[in-house]
Design a protein. Structure first.
Length: 242
């Protein structure tokens, strides 16, 4: 297990707690949860509404389409989460946040856990974010979803798979996309020939140094072709360390 406070905990504030654990209850991540390597808690934001109708939203000041989640309701739910998990990192999932990267995932996975705030409608009142100015805003991509729940699931899975004991071989992480600043090289398995396509001869040579060189060259080629932004960052990083 890890020297961190255990287990690593995720607390999700949402209007739809029934969405969880969802896919996180299956495969290696689900097994890790059942083994106690991480835990998942949900808080229903609607429980903190102050009227008999359990209203959580209102019309935007200044006009415009849609509704905005009320600051009094959201803040009360968030503060309950902080009481339960005072050491957890607070994260608001939003398209305007900083992009989620593998380095950020590693940082969050090394801590005691996360509190994930999932917005709905047009978003949450800015005053909640101003009040909790230590809360990080994170985006999983340049597109818009109906709410933060899918983004929260992505973030949790990315973190949990890095926890000790979740994936059998620690070396599995080392060659993955983004770990070295490059996209991952292609993978092959048996049969040797499939529909006229052969496994590259180098991978069958048994020459480990040649295989390593082939994989590194493939990772560089793919990154350069598909993600010129990553390639430029990688070149700058390797130039600086040369």
């Amino acid at each position: 297990m890890s020297p961190q406070l255990l287990p690593w905990t995720a607390c999700v504030l949402t209007l739809f707690p029934e969405m969880f654990p969802g896919v996180l209850g299956h495969s290696l991540v689900g097994r890790a949860m059942s083994e106690g390597r991480w835990s998942l808690d949900t808080i229903q934001i609607r429980d903190f509404a102050h009227d008999k109708h359990k209203t959580v939203d209102d019309t935007p000041c200044g006009g415009g389409a849609g509704l905005v989640m009320r600051p009094d309701v959201v803040a009360d739910g968030l503060e309950e989460a902080v009481k339960r998990f005072p050491l957890a990192k607070k994260v608001f999932l939003t398209p305007r946040g900083k992009p989620l990267t593998q380095s950020k995932v590693r940082e969050l996975a090394q801590g005691p856990g996360v509190i994930l705030l999932c917005g709905r409608y047009e978003g949450i009142d800015q005053r909640v974010l101003d009040e909790h100015d230590d809360m990080e805003e994170i985006s999983i991509g340049d597109y818009v979803l109906n709410g933060g729940e899918s983004a929260a699931t992505v973030l949790m899975e990315a973190c949990v798979r890095l926890l000790p004991g979740v994936i059998g071989k620690e070396a599995s992480h080392e060659d993955e996309s983004f770990e070295a600043g490059l996209l991952e090289y292609p993978h092959y398995t048996r049969p040797r020939v499939w529909r006229g396509r052969e496994v590259p001869e180098t991978l069958l040579s048994g020459h480990h140094e040649k295989i390593l060189t082939w994989r590194k060259n493939q990772a560089r080629r793919i990154t350069q072709e598909r993600r010129p932004d990553l390639w430029a960052a990688y070149c700058e990083q390797t130039k600086g360390s040369a």
